[in-house]
Structures are given as structure tokens and as C-alpha cells.
Write a protein that binds this ligand. Structure first.
Ligand code: SF4
Length: 84
């Protein structure tokens, strides 16, 4: 399934919680802000990434978003519904 994930760079405080929970999908950039890791099949538009995930990965992304202390991560599911 596809989900749309976005990290608001202005809100991210670089705590790294998202990377601990979903290390396959998040990394910190040189500015100490989280970025979504991109693979060949992912589509990127304006700081937002559409990624193909399994249901286990989707759950992991949701947990990462919930753990973010600054609510910087937003996720839209395959039906266009904002799940976080
Ligand atoms: S958990 Fe939130 S604040 Fe911490 S690095 Fe990830 S996006 Fe940034």
C-alpha cells in the first residue's frame, strides 16, 4: 500500500525518536532534522514522500509519528485519509 509521509522541518527538533522506531524510513540530515528515506520507487513532491509500505511498516510509521515530541510527522493513508 502507499502512504504519504511528511516531516515538517520547521517543527522537527531532531530528537531522533522517529529513527529509533522506524529506522528504515527516517534519517537525520546535516541540519539535524529528520528526513524520510527515499527508495527508487518512491515519489517525492515538495518535502513530502509517497512510499510503498507493508501493513507492518505502516504501523511502524504511525508509531513514529505518535512518538514525535513536536508533532512534526504527518501521514496520509492510501485512501487519502489523514491518519496522523
Ligand atoms: S521524532 Fe519528530 S522531532 Fe524527533 S527527529 Fe523525528 S520528526 Fe524530528
Amino acid at each position: 500500500m502507499k502512504v504519504r509521509v511528511k516531516v515538517d522541518q520547521k517543527l522537527c527538533i531532531g530528537s531522533g525518536s522517529c529513527m529509533v522506531i522506524a529506522s528504515a524510513h527516517f534519517s537525520l540530515n546535516k541540519k539535524g532534522k529528520a528526513e524520510i528515506k527515499q527508495s527508487e520507487n518512491d515519489k517525492s513532491t515538495d518535502n513530502e514522500l509517497v512510499i510503498n509500505v507493508s501493513s507492518a511498516e505502516k504501523k511502524q510509521l504511525l508509531e513514529a509519528a505518535q512518538a514525535c515530541p513536536s508533532q512534526a510527522i504527518s501521514i496520509v493513508d492510501e485512501n487519502g485519509k489523514k491518519i496522523y
